[in-house]
Write a protein that binds this ligand. Structure first.
Ligand code: WQD
Length: 342
């Protein structure tokens, strides 16, 4: 008997694929939906290879409520994990409507149908970006959110508030927002991982593409911050640990263990790592040299942010466990798999 069934929107994406694997391994049935707008069918194949079986997959756009309704008609699930969203901060600055339209409409459709069909549990992928440039570090879930500095960040804040309102208003409606810090890494099988299109914005894919010779040189955005080595501090969370946090949150909802109808958890390691430190660790873990240069600061970057994870540790019974060097080896193994590098 399965523990329950989970609808995973955006389940072909980076975090969606790893979470789907973790859910099935934990005993859940899944229904995955994705429109491959920023992912590939090969990601679903990768998930199925790891699991050694087919999963329920439906190719639809979550913004299309007619198609989404069919999924609700055809499958019984108690929980949804809503990953489906655009995620490029810079692009959201130049194309705000694209972000508001896609990220909010798809989300409203999911919430509307969860309510209509009496499906109780909504898990939303939020982000540490809601904390902005926090006054006190590490940040706890009580740390006040700062006004969003991008439409992308704004959609995360709005989505949290919408979920909170729904949980307050509707009986039998429960929500958890997981605030991810910086997800990195790949499955140890190298069958699934991050698949950035074009020039990567995020640090790890840029590092691995530089190591693979696809990019000439990594630019380090600033070494004059008020941090120990002058480069920015972030909390890099392995995507396998992150996937397990989703399972723990779904368990909590499914087993009726929530203390409030709407809950928020930070999902990070609790350890700050600088950009320069990460580069050195990557070089050592993989026994290679990375060409890099220091350039000016990137607009919009906060100097430092890392998580206080006590709440997730205590309430979800979850803790980040993966060793950073193993994570960095998995990143490189995945890049080599993609590029057919021996
Ligand atoms: C990390 C550090 C950069 C690239 C963003 C979003 C967040 C979340 C994750 C996603 C920073 C430095 C980066 C490079 C560099 N959203 N860097 N050279 O900005 O912390 O978070 O991604 O879906 O909401 O804001 O992550 O990986 O872009 O940067 O020096 O080529 O690496 O300055 O200090 P960030 P990142």
């Amino acid at each position: 008997m399965a523990k329950g069934t989970v609808l995973v929107s955006g389940g072909a994406g980076y975090i969606g694929t790893h979470t789907t694997v973790a859910l099935v391994e934990a005993g859940y049935d899944v229904v995955v939906i994705d429109n491959f707008s920023n992912s590939e069918p090969s990601a679903i194949k990768g998930v199925e290879n790891i699991l050694g079986k087919k999963i329920n997959f439906v190719e639809i756009d979550t913004c299309n409520i007619v198609d989404l309704r069919k999924v609700f008609e055809n499958y019984k699930f108690e929980s949804v994990i809503h990953f489906a969203a655009y995620k490029a901060v810079g692009e959201s600055m130049t194309e705000p409507l694209k972000y508001y339209q896609n990220n909010l409409v798809s989300y409203m459709n999911i919430l509307q149908l969860m309510k209509e069909y009496g499906r109780p549990n909504v898990l939303f992928s939020s982000s540490a970006t809601v904390y902005g440039d926090a006054d006190i570090l590490p940040v706890t879930e009580e740390t006040p959110r700062k006004p969003a500095t991008s439409p992308y960040g704004n959609t995360k804040q709005m989505a949290e508030d919408i979920l909170h309102d729904c949980c307050r208003a509707y009986d039998g409606f429960y929500g958890i927002a997981l605030r991810y810090f910086n997800p990195i890494g790949a499955h140890t099988s190298a069958q699934i991982g991050e698949l950035p299109r074009g020039v990567p914005n995020n640090l790890l894919p840029y590092i691995t593409q530089t190591a693979a010779g696809i990019r000439e040189c990594l630019s380090v955005f600033g070494d004059d911050y008020d941090t120990p080595d002058g480069s920015c501090l972030r909390d890099y969370i392995d995507v396998l640990d992150l996937a397990k946090a989703h399972v723990a949150a779904v368990d909590r909802m499914t087993e009726g263990r929530m203390k409030e109808k709407y809950e928020i958890f930070n999902v990070g390691t609790g350890r700050p790592v600088s950009v320069l430190e990460l580069i050195t660790r990557f070089e050592k873990a993989n026994d290679l040299k990375l060409p890099y240069k220091i350039v000016g600061r990137r607009d919009g970057d906060v100097p430092a942010v890392w998580a206080d994870t006590s709440l997730a540790n205590e309430e979800l019974g979850w803790k980040a466990e993966r060793d950073l060097d193993d994570t960095l080896r998995a990143c490189w193994a995945w890049e080599k798999h993609l590029r057919n590098i021996k």
